[in-house]
Design a protein around this ligand. Structure first.
Ligand code: NAD
Ligand code: ZN
Length: 340
């Protein structure tokens, strides 16, 4: 089969022929229909320090996908060949304290599809049946292809009660854009989104953000004054940028709550005085709740959440280089690739 393989320990990704994966008794084989490119895939493409530490060359990458079941393992029940599915990209151990308490998103033994085991940028992928998420007929495949990052946005945005609250989202990447939509969808008052990329800020505005702020051109304080706000009640950090996070700490109302999704550089300088004297709550967010986040994402789309507004490019997999270039330039929302 064709697959995007991290062939060499250096920048790049290669479309190559590899064997179709074998499935175990508890697995299913999925024929991949569409995939989406994640920031993580771009890190692997560029072979940054994290990738060098984490990725074994020869790996099929990718974890955002939708497809149809092609083969069902002998011990799997309740799934049929032909059924359309996506899958949770974090495979958990099922034995640790957190897994057994229903907190699988906190499993310390998590294995990532397309990071620690063969991924979804391929004609076929083998996944444990327990990770499958069936996709209702009403949801088109080009949206189901990126439920994984939609899930990061949903997990983060739904962590705190947003009804009537003023919400600050730092970072209008695909996840920040989706989170802005969710915050409005569930009843936040003001949703202010910051970035330094006007293309992406426009997508956040189209998603329903009250205000978008290019912090390279305008100060967040100015916008707060315009909106007659003393500070934000809830912060969703989705940039992974230390300046953005410090801006957020500065602009939070006393007693505010912050959900941290963006991965900050090691040793990022944080103004801890702001955290302490304002009595802020900081909460780290990893992955998606299994499977409550998936349930809520599905129901939000079925009840009119305009997820499609973040989808800007659909390409064929042969044009993968263009997809990675768009991601690198930041001139896109989600980029979805077709495999069929
Ligand atoms: P992305 O890189 O596409 O988006 C980040 C955005 O932040 C970019 O648009 C960038 O221009 C913007 N930015 C840069 N400097 C800024 C500043 N000073 N102020 C405001 N914005 C600024 O990433 P994404 O795919 O949308 O993901 C968001 C973040 O979440 C990333 O850091 C990613 O690594 C992280 N992530 C975490 C998890 C998790 O489980 N915790 C999962 C997925 C992604
Ligand atoms: Zn576990």
């Amino acid at each position: 089969m064709n697959a995007l393989v991290k062939r060499e320990a250096g920048p790049g990704i290669w479309l190559e022929r590899v064997p179709v994966p074998q499935i175990g008794p508890n697995d299913v084989l999925v024929k991949v229909e569409k995939t989406a490119i994640c920031g993580t895939d771009l890190h692997i493409y560029k072979w940054d320090e994290w990738s060098q530490r984490t990725i074994q060359p020869g790996l099929v990458i990718g974890h955002e996908f939708v497809g149809r079941i092609a083969e069902v393992g002998s011990a799997v029940h309740g799934y049929e060949v032909g059924q359309r599915v996506s899958a949770e990209g974090h495979i958990v151990c099922g034995r640790c304290r957190n897994c057994r308490a229903g907190r699988q998103h906190l499993c310390p033994n998590t294995v990532g599809i397309g990071v620690n085991r063969p991924g979804a940028f391929a004609e076929y992928i083998a996944v444990p049946a327990s990770n499958l998420w069936p996709i209702p007929d009403q949801i088109p495949s080009e949206l189901a292809a990126f439920f994984d990052p939609y899930g990061n946005a949903a997990h983060c945005a739904l962590e705190f009660d947003l009804i009537g609250e003023d919400v600050l989202i730092t970072g209008a990447g695909p996840i920040g854009i989706i989170a802005a939509g969710i915050a409005k969808h569930v009843g936040a008052r003001n949703v202010v989104v910051t970035d330094i990329n006007d293309y992406r800020l426009k997508l956040a505005a189209d998603m329903g953000a009250t205000r978008v702020v290019n912090v390279g051109k305008q100060s967040l304080r100015e916008v707060m004054n315009d909106l007659h706000m003393e500070g934000f009640d809830v912060g969703l950090e989705m940039s992974g940028n230390a300046h953005a996070f410090n801006d957020m700490l500065d602009c939070m109302y006393h007693g505010g709550r912050i959900a941290l999704l963006g991965i900050l550089p090691r040793g990022a300088g944080i103004d801890w005085d702001k955290v302490i004297f304002k009595g802020l709550v900081l909460h780290g967010i990893y992955g998606r709740r299994m499977y409550e986040t998936w349930y809520k994402m599905t129901q939000m789309v079925l009840t009119g959440f305009p997820l499609g507004k973040v989808l800007t490019h659909q390409i064929r997999i042969e044009d993968f280089q263009r997809g990675f270039d768009l991601m690198d330039a930041g001139q896109c929302g989600k980029v979805v690739c077709s495999w069929t």
